[in-house]
Write a new protein. Structure first.
Length: 118
């Protein structure tokens, strides 16, 4: 199983970036998917999750609530994170993760850097 993250880059404060995480197997194989980030000198923190059971539930860190949106494209096997109204404190390496439904193994993407300039 592989997760391929992309979409990072340099953006000005107030701007937008969309991150993508493409999975090597059907996205239906995962029950929990999410985005994490790690800023310089900081611990990795949870940004957003999307949980698919009988219904779909999304959760966000307080710091990104209302600015970020997590979603899944089941036809393309891609999970995305739309990030709007970016702030310098959003600067970090962003990682996608996914947990397989059948055995609970968690996989990680390689990380993509988002830099927000003030």
């Amino acid at each position: 199983v592989q997760l391929q993250a992309s979409g990072g880059g340099l953006v000005q404060s107030g701007g937008s970036v969309r991150l993508s995480c493409e999975t090597s197997i059907s996205i239906f194989s995962f029950d929990v998917m999410g985005w994490y980030r790690q800023g310089a000198g900081k611990q990795r923190e949870l940004v957003a999750t999307i949980i698919r059971t009988a219904s779909t539930t999304t959760n966000y860190a307080d710091s990104v609530q209302g600015r970020f949106t997590i979603s899944r494209d089941v036809a393309k096997n891609i999970m995305s994170l739309q990030m709007n109204s970016l702030k310098p404190e959003d600067t970090a390496v962003y990682y996608c993760s996914a947990r397989t439904r059948v055995d609970g193994v968690v996989y990680w993407g390689q990380g993509t850097l988002v830099t927000v300039s003030s």
